[in-house]
Design a protein around this ligand. Structure first.
Ligand code: B1M
Length: 214
C-alpha cells in the first residue's frame, strides 16, 4: 500500500502514533507535503465524516480520528508554512452566549479543519460582539454558531442583528447548527446556512467559501 493510503487508513483507525511516524517518513522520502495533507490526512478525515453522517461510526471514533489528524498536521505544519500552503478559508466558531455545550461544536471544528479550513474556536458562552470582533480581526469568511438550548437559540439572532447594526452582515457567511436548530429557524433569523451535522457543516463551509471567492 502506498504510504499516503497508509496514512489515511491509520487516521481512520485513530492511530495517532502511526500517523505521526508515517507523515515523518513520507516527508523524509520526499513526498509532496500537500499530497500528504490532501490525499492522506484530509481524505481520511472525510471518510470518517461520511461514516459519522451515516451512523456507521460515532463520536468517540471521530474524536480519535481527529486526534490522529492533529498529530499528523503538527508534523506537516512547518513544511506547509514553508511552501505557503493556503487554507480553503477561515471560520470563527463558537457556542452562543449562555450555552456551555461544546461536544457538537468541537466536532464541527474538527471536521472543518479536516476540510482544510483555518478555524478560530471561540469556545462556549460567547458574547455576540466577540464573534464579530474576532471575524474582523482575522478576516474570516464564516461565522459559525452552535446552540443546544432552546433558551440560547435566540442569541444567534442577536449576533446577526449586531452584524447588521455594524454594517458587516454581508461580509460573512453565517452558519448555524445544534440539536434544537432547524432550517425554518435559520431562515427566520437570516442565517445563510443550517446544517444538521458536523460532516455536512464542513462540506457546506468549503463549498460556500469557494463560491464566495469565485
Ligand atoms: Co445539556 N441539555 N444541559 N448538558 N445536554 C441537552 C441539550 C438537553 C436536550 C437534555 C434534555 O433535557 N433532554 C437539554 C436542552 C433542552 C432544551 O433546551 N430544549 C439540556 C439542558 C436542559 C441542560 C441544562 C440546562 C441542565 C441543567 O443544568 N438543568 C444545562 C445547561 C448548561 C448551559 O449550557 N448553560 C446542561 C448542561 C449539560 C452538561 C454540562 C452536563 C453537558 C454538556 C457537556 C459539554 O458539552 N461539554 C450536557 C449534555 C452532554 C447534554 C446532552 C445529553 C448531549 C449533548 C451532546 O453533546 N450531544 C443533551 C441531550 C441530547 O442531545 N441528547 C443535553 C452530542 C453532540 C455530538 O451532538 O451537540 O447536537 P450536538 O451536535 C451535533 C449537531 O447538532 C451538529 O453537529 C454535531 C455533530 O454532528 N451541530 C452543528 C452542532 N453545532 C453545530 C454548528 C453548525 C453545524 C452543525 O454550524 C456552525
Amino acid at each position: 500500500m502506498a504510504i499516503i493510503e497508509e496514512i489515511s487508513e491509520f487516521l481512520q483507525k485513530g492511530r495517532a502514533k502511526n500517523v505521526k511516524t508515517l507523515v515523518q517518513q513520507a516527508l523524509d522520502e520526499g513526498v509532496d507535503p500537500k499530497a500528504i495533507l490532501n490525499d492522506g490526512l484530509l481524505a481520511g478525515m472525510m471518510v470518517i465524516g461520511g461514516k459519522f453522517k451515516r451512523n456507521e461510526v460515532f463520536v468517540p471514533e471521530v474524536l480519535v480520528a481527529a486526534r490522529a489528524m492533529n498529530a499528523g498536521i503538527a508534523i506537516l505544519e512547518p513544511k506547509l508554512v514553508e511552501i505557503g500552503n493556503k487554507p480553503v478559508g477561515k471560520a470563527v466558531i463558537g457556542t452562543v452566549k449562555g450555552d456551555l455545550h461544546d461536544i457538537g461544536k468541537n466536532l464541527v471544528v474538527m471536521m472543518m479543519k479536516g476540510a482544510g479550513m483555518e478555524i478560530y474556536d471561540l469556545g462556549v458562552d460567547v458574547e455576540p460582539d466577540v464573534f464579530i470582533e474576532k471575524a474582523e480581526e482575522v478576516g474570516a469568511d464564516i461565522i459559525g454558531m452552535s446552540a443546544l438550548l432552546t433558551t440560547t437559540m435566540p442569541n444567534m439572532k442577536t449576533v446577526i442583528d449586531r452584524m447588521n447594526e455594524k454594517g458587516v452582515r454581508d461580509k460573512y457567511i453565517v452558519m448555524v447548527g445544534g440539536a434544537p436548530v432547524n432550517q425554518t429557524f435559520a431562515d427566520e433569523i437570516g442565517a445563510d446556512y443550517y446544517t444538521p451535522d458536523a460532516a455536512t457543516a464542513a462540506e457546506m463551509a468549503k463549498k460556500a467559501v469557494l463560491e464566495k471567492n469565485a
